[in-house]
Write a protein that binds this ligand. Structure first.
Ligand code: ZN
Ligand code: ZN
Length: 246
């Protein structure tokens, strides 16, 4: 398994970058995990739309789904130009009437609503989903293929479900939206502090902890130090177009 980092900012992208989006290279193809603001532009650098095997969106916040509408336009054009070999499998939680209508209207998209506890086989990997604690329905993701496990927290306040989804993961990609000391603000917003990300990693016994969903105006090095202190091992950061081997 390989993960291409397309974007990692929380809330909005810094110039030339993107909010949450990762391209997973799996045994059966490439799957886009989250489609935030600026992600489609970064995706074009590593994968053409007709080469996608699927798209999974964890929740309908703009920093995870803003480019979903333009992705559907790209699918439409690829279909009209005869480049789309089969409908693109798209998985998102339900509950967004406008997004659902757009996904259903496009014949090049095969939309499946997602819910917690569901298991999906996509691109030769087994995907399972766990409900997180967040202001809207949001699913943390566990992807298993060829004896390896990749887990992604999506957005969540500190909760036992995150430990469950990350249990023994080879790579745990975890949000760290606040520095330590802002636990109350993080809980209210449905996010983690860096130290809490480290605690989840320790409880879950993960092999690698990689932080994402960075806040603006906070040094990533500080988040890394706080997460590493709580985990007891060095946490890692992400960069745009970085490739993570799982
Ligand atoms: Zn977010
Ligand atoms: Zn969110």
């Amino acid at each position: 398994m390989r993960v291409h980092v397309l974007g990692y900012w929380g809330a909005y992208p810094e110039p030339g970058e993107a909010t949450t989006g990762f391209l997973l290279e799996l045994p059966g193809g490439k799957v886009l995990l989250d489609c935030g603001s600026g992600v489609l532009s970064q995706l074009g650098k590593v994968c053409a739309i007709p080469d996608l095997a699927g798209v999974v969106v964890t929740h309908h916040h703009h920093d995870h789904a803003a480019d979903l509408g333009t992705l559907v336009y790209a699918v439409l054009l690829a279909r009209l130009q005869g480049q789309l070999r089969q409908p693109l499998a798209v998985y998102t939680p339900p509950g967004q009437p406008r997004a659902e209508a757009e996904l259903r209207r496009e014949p090049g998209v095969d939309w499946t609503p997602l819910s917690a506890g569901q298991q999906v086989v996509c691109a030769g990997a087994t995907w399972s989903f766990v409900q997180t604690r967040h202001p809207v329905e949001c699913l943390a993701v566990r992807v298993a293929a060829e004896g390896k496990v990749f887990a992604f927290s999506a957005d969540s306040a500190f909760c036992p479900e995150l430990t469950e989804v990350a249990r023994g993961a080879d790579v745990f990609l975890c949000e760290a939206s606040f520095p330590d000391g802002q636990e109350a603000a993080a809980a209210q917003a449905g996010h983690l502090t860096a130290g809490q990300a480290g605690r989840v990693a320790r409880q879950a016994g993960v092999r690698r902890l990689v932080l994402t969903h960075y806040p603006h105006g906070v040094a990533v090095e500080q988040l890394l130090m706080e997460a590493s202190a709580a985990w007891g091992q060095p946490a890692e950061r992400v960069y745009t177009l970085q490739r993570l081997e799982v």
